[in-house]
Ligand binder design. Structure first.
Ligand code: FES
Length: 108
């Protein structure tokens, strides 16, 4: 059975074809997924440290998102990259959401 090591977090055994996002969510590993796994937001981006060859090929929709955010190998979208066999080591980049603008009107 394929295995995913989420660096610094945990190792999970998954069924063949499980996406990195699904594996993370089902094992309690926190990962953004703003568009719900539809290859349109890039918030699920992950860095593949080992086992890139054990993932599903990059399809057109994923290519478009990666290109639009200038993300190159070894980045993949967690919602699109499925683990096919072997072991994959994944780093979930630390990044911050932009702070929300303060919508409270200023009192003069
Ligand atoms: Fe939006 Fe993966 S969850 S691109």
């Amino acid at each position: 059975m394929p295995k995913i090591l989420f660096t610094g977090k945990r190792e999970v055994v998954v069924d063949e074809g499980t996406s990195i996002l699904d594996a993370a969510l089902s094992s309690g590993v926190s990962i953004y997924h703003t568009c719900g796994g539809n290859a349109s937001c890039s918030t699920c981006r992950v860095k593949i440290l080992k086992g890139f060859e054990n993932l599903s090929p990059i399809e057109e929709a994923e290519t478009q998102v990666l290109d639009s955010f200038d993300l190159k190998t070894p980045f993949r979208l967690g919602c699109q990259a499925q683990v096919l066999n072997g072991e994959v080591e994944v780093e979930i980049p630390k990044w911050e959401r932009a702070p929300r603008p303060n919508k409270t009107p200023k009192v003069p």
